[in-house]
Ligand binder design. Structure first.
Ligand SMILES: [Zn+2]
Length: 202
């Protein structure tokens, strides 16, 4: 088997990869000390479970209301789609579009693409359109901003709390859990793992 080569993304040193160790840890560039990649067994099933959990949480986050307000006995609730609709009616179509794209559409496409790639790979098969989806995933990643949305909602809740009774909806908890799952997923997801699994699959 030919030696695998890797390039340090910081100093462009061409290095020979060390074999995957059982114990884990990180491979470090000997010239500049930059972290190169994660060592240890590939956890495709864990990644698949996380991406499916993210899909379920994303679905729940959009079905239930994010927040409710109780203003002198008059109660109003809104979902993400409701908020986007209101923004649209208030002549802010760009903001409405950005809200839907960054909190619903792009995370949804990202998680579907990941599940589409991981499910066959876990079964030892090569998923169709792998290269195309892989490129799409890399392009989409910077645009998924669930955490920015959560932060925005929390800031507005605090600001509104002295005007009305603020009732956090089910979706805000789902969004919180989704944010955690996405954070764990992105810390575990090494693209080299996907390529390695693709090479080993038939
Ligand atoms: Zn380096």
């Amino acid at each position: 088997m030919s030696a695998r080569l890797t390039v340090c993304h910081e100093c462009d040193a061409l290095l020979q990869e060390v074999p995957q160790a059982e114990g884990g840890g990180n491979a470090i560039c000997p010239r500049c000390g930059a972290g190169l990649y994660r060592l240890g067994p590939d956890k495709l099933q864990v990644l698949l479970a996380l991406s499916l959990s993210a899909l379920i949480l994303l679905l729940l986050s959009n079905l239930f209301p994010v927040v409710g307000l109780n203003i002198q006995g008059h109660q109003v609730e809104t979902t993400v789609f409701g908020a986007a609709g209101q923004l649209w009616r208030d002549d802010m179509p760009v903001v409405a579009g950005l809200l839907l794209a960054t909190t619903v559409l792009i995370p949804l496409i990202e998680m579907l693409a990941l599940a589409w790639m991981l499910l066959p790979l876990c079964l030892g098969r090569r998923p169709p359109a792998f290269v195309l989806l892989f490129r799409g995933l890399r392009l989409a990643q910077p645009w998924a901003m669930v955490e920015v949305f959560i932060l925005g909602v929390l800031v507005s809740l605090v600001k509104l709390s002295h005007l009305a009774d603020v009732l956090p909806g089910t979706a805000i908890w789902c969004f919180g859990a989704l944010m955690l799952v996405l954070a764990v997923l992105s810390s575990l997801l090494d693209h080299r793992v996907l390529w390695r699994a693709w090479e080993a699959a038939r």
